[in-house]
Design a protein around this ligand. Structure first.
Ligand code: MRU
Length: 364
């Protein structure tokens, strides 16, 4: 499992007090690390998908908030003012992945409480960095646990499907959707993976293919519209997807286990259902850390990010493919209802449908 030790998608550079990240928008053609001390630049990097993927957004939220604190003057008032102004801008830079606002809140709450308890601004600055590093470490450990819990779903000869990139680049460590694959592969299990393009930004073709190919895992990249045909022809056994948000608000029990993930996940879930028979279910496994679980929101609260129409209108090489004046839609995520999700694999264990009890138990 080369990738987990070789790549650090985001980190804090102590020498320069800055955030460093691997620019996801340029992979696979170039492996470029960018860095900044500026919160505005960090927010741009998040909006333009140089930094992306729910768990990494959690880490970026934590490091970004620590950076806001460290960029402040050595005064309680300045820290609190900057946390309120810039913290909010950072937390809302992308709306669907709950981890971003979670990461911001983790550091913001800790800093405000510490100042309240009388710690000095310079003590709090150090504490903010230490805690952001702790969050990253815990996140990496979570991916290892997700791998251990999820590997039981992969058997010799399986044909798996995955969508977008829920690997190291998006999640750190060994990824989330990729964690069971990597763990099973390291134990000698033979399987192959259909990696869906994931138009319009091709995170599957560019990023997941790059990661899994480096690991030596047998993969085939397919366009999104090949999924139904190929899953039937190749007898796909299961889909492994990540998640940007999983609902667990028990006042709405029917919504518990609702999964928001990259656009196309719902299509794959429907294909899996159609291809399932009584004796052979094609399963959708969703892998995500507990920080992706949202105990507060209802379906009606969740905003699905609508991205720039240019992503649909133009190919990657800059060629315009839609006629001038034609309207396009570009939702970045979709919602898969709980009954189409066979299991939710977290660092604390696996919840299986129905989720009202199984998922809440993992949060205790
Ligand atoms: O728009 P992106 O690239 O930030 O998409 C987010 C994702 O990486 C996916 O939805 C992923 O499957 C879940 S987050 C690891």
């Amino acid at each position: 499992m080369d990738i987990s030790t070789n790549i650090s998608p985001i980190k804090w550079n102590d020498d320069n007090n800055e955030i460093v990240w691997l620019d996801n928008s340029r992979i696979p053609s170039e492996e470029v690390y960018n860095s900044t001390k500026s919160i505005e630049r960090l927010i741009t990097a998040i909006k333009t998908l140089e930094i992306r993927g729910a768990p990494i957004l959690g880490e970026a939220g934590a490091y970004g908030t620590a950076m806001i604190v460290n960029n402040s003057q050595n005064s309680k008032e300045d820290i609190i003012k900057n946390l309120s102004n810039f913290g909010n801008l950072l937390a809302t830079a992308r709306p669907t992945a709950v981890n971003l606002s979670w990461g911001v809140a983790q550091i913001k709450d800790m800093v405000e409480n510490s100042l309240q308890e009388g710690l000095s601004p310079s003590e709090v600055k150090n504490l903010a960095i230490t805690n952001a590093k702790r969050i990253q470490k815990e996140n990496i450990n979570s991916t290892i646990q997700i791998g251990k819990h999820g590997k039981k779903f992969i058997k010799d000869g399986d044909v798996l499907v995955t969508v977008c990139n829920a690997g190291t680049l998006a999640c750190d460590g060994i990824g989330t959707a990729t964690a069971p694959m990597r763990t099973a592969f390291a134990e000698g299990i033979n399987f192959e993976v259909l990696v869906t393009y994931t138009a319009p930004l091709y995170q599957g073709a560019r990023l997941t293919a790059w990661e899994l190919h480096k690991d030596g895992i047998p993969i085939h990249v397919i366009t999104d519209n090949m999924a139904g045909h190929l899953m039937r022809e190749k007898k796909a056994t299961s889909i492994f997807a990540g998640a940007d948000r999983i609902l667990c608000n028990t006042t709405n029990p029917d919504e518990v286990g609702t999964v928001y993930n990259k656009i196309g996940t719902f299509n794959l879930a429907l294909i899996a259902k159609q291809l399932s028979t009584n004796s052979n279910e094609v399963k959708l496994h969703v892998a995500a850390p507990i920080s992706t679980i949202d105990k507060v929101s209802k379906v009606s609260d969740v905003k699905i990010e609508e991205r720039n129409p240019k992503e649909v209108e133009y190919l990657f090489n800059g060629t315009k493919i839609t006629p001038d004046g034609v309207s396009v839609f570009n939702p970045a995520f979709d919602r898969t209802p709980p009954e189409l999700v066979s299991s939710i694999i977290t660092e604390k264990g696996v919840a299986e449908f129905p989720y009202t009890n199984s998922l809440t138990k993992l949060l205790d």
